[in-house]
Ligand binder design. Structure first.
Ligand code: CTP
Length: 404
């Protein structure tokens, strides 16, 4: 199973309405094409005032559809066959006019007709003037469509082309892309609240220095993203990381192991699955100097360290019905050490990571892991992207939770 991370066998039909945000639809189409999807574009008549069919034809490699009854296209595909071929139907930007038409059941041009005729899931990304957005007529139309199962990526607040500031700007194409992925992904985590920890922790020596490790957060963020795309509510407790918060994920930013422990314990009750991908520093300086530690008069310096709490072990002792997943970063005796941790920390699944391998472990985009279950079960995964590893880990969690 897993997420439709690449869209190779998917057909996306995207309708573009007339509005200044129409140019952003080109960026969205590029994201779909890059992910391997077959993309067909429908432009309304007013969209063509803002952007030309040639732009989309060049990006998609497919003819762009602009008219309901085009003699050549009609002979080849018929005017509602696009509606049938779509795995998902996206409208971005969607104007108040288009939303109003669909809500009222009108089908008077190619886009509204195709929307009326499709059985595919439909995603609207509206963009309009803030007063139009606030208008109760529009709000009622959107609410009505939501109730009927249509999905929306709401606009964001910002400076609008009309000079007003407020809600009405088209959502970021990357976000619309993620919503589209979610619509194509089986929602097998819809009943779960997944708490993920990610990244390194930093233990301060003084105001300008710290102890940390090479963790980038990539594995944990990939897990958070994958769980969200599969329908989970996701809480991501993250140490310092340069990565963007995945779409739809709630992130709590922390710095030290102690802060991570507090954040995890504050949200732990809500979780049904906990995945501890963070590389928690095992030790911290026994004292944090209030001012910068100076070198004058010192030829060497020893730092006294004290042990940090083991967050995962603590969770293992009080886990109740929760499903607990740990990571083991090892440089030798991988399986033996990982098994020991699995038992000692009372885990349901352990992801064993040999961090000495070149394309595995810290700060790379790929990983090579073994999944260890409590009953000596073991699965060795070949080298794959961290997104794919995340998919496998979630598949395994799903399977083990069904068995329990
Ligand atoms: N972990 C934790 N709190 C700590 C240390 C580790 O919650 N203070 C979690 C990690 O998030 C990971 C698992 O425990 O899921 C194993 O981490 P790892 O660093 O491999 O092992 P340690 O238990 O720290 O043992 P060692 O460093 O001796 O290998």
């Amino acid at each position: 199973m897993g997420i439709a991370m690449h869209l190779r066998d998917k057909t996306i039909v995207i309708g573009v309405c007339g509005g200044i945000a129409a140019y952003k639809a080109a960026e969205l189409v590029r994201l779909y094409v890059k992910a391997g999807a077959e993309v067909h574009v429908i432009l309304t008549r007013s969209a063509q005032e803002f952007i030309t069919p040639l732009t989309f034809q060049t990006l998609t490699g497919n003819p762009v559809h602009t008219e309901m009854f085009n003699l050549v296209q009609e002979r080849e595909i018929g005017h509602i066959s696009l509606a049938d071929r779509a795995d998902v139907f996206v409208v971005a930007p969607a104007t108040a006019n288009l939303i109003g038409k669909v809500a009222a059941g009108l089908a008077d041009d190619l886009l509204s007709t195709s929307l009326m005729a499709t059985k595919a899931p439909v995603l609207f990304a509206p963009a309009m003037n803030v007063n139009m957005w606030d208008n109760p007529i529009y709000q009622q139309n959107q609410a009505r469509l939501r109730m009927l199962g249509y999905r929306f990526v709401d606009p964001v607040t910002g400076f609008l082309a009309c000079g007003w500031e407020g809600k009405g700007k088209l959502a970021d194409p990357a976000e619309i892309f993620e919503e589209t992925l979610a619509l194509l992904t089986p929602q097998d985590f819809a009943d779960e609240t997944v708490l993920v920890t990610a990244g390194p922790t930093r233990e301060e020596i003084d105001p300008v220095r710290f102890i940390s490790n090479y963790s980038s957060g990539k594995m944990g963020y990939a897990l958070a993203r994958a769980a969200r795309l599969r329908g989970a509510r996701v809480i991501l407790v993250s140490g310092p990381s340069a990565l963007a918060v995945p779409w739809g994920v709630e992130r709590l930013a922390v710095v030290s192991a102690e802060e991570m422990r507090e954040a995890v314990l504050s949200r732990w009750e809500e979780a049904t699955v906990v995945i501890k991908a963070a590389a928690v520093a095992d030790y911290r300086p026994a004292v944090r100097a209030a001012g910068k530690v100076k070198k004058e008069g010192r030829e060497s310096l020893s730092l006294a360290l004290e042990k940090n709490p083991d967050i995962l072990a603590e969770l293992g002792r009080r886990k109740g019905h929760r499903f607990l997943v740990g990571f083991a970063a090892e440089t030798s005796d991988l399986l033996e050490n990982a098994r020991k941790k699995l038992r000692a920390k009372n885990l349901d699944l352990m992801v064993a990571n040999d961090v000495t391998q070149e394309r595995a472990g810290f700060d790379v985009d790929t990983n090579i892991v073994r999944l260890l279950g409590p009953d000596e079960a073991e699965e060795a995964l070949p080298e794959m992207s961290k997104d794919e590893v995340a998919g496998h880990i979630l598949d395994r969690i799903r399977a083990l939770r069904r068995k329990a």
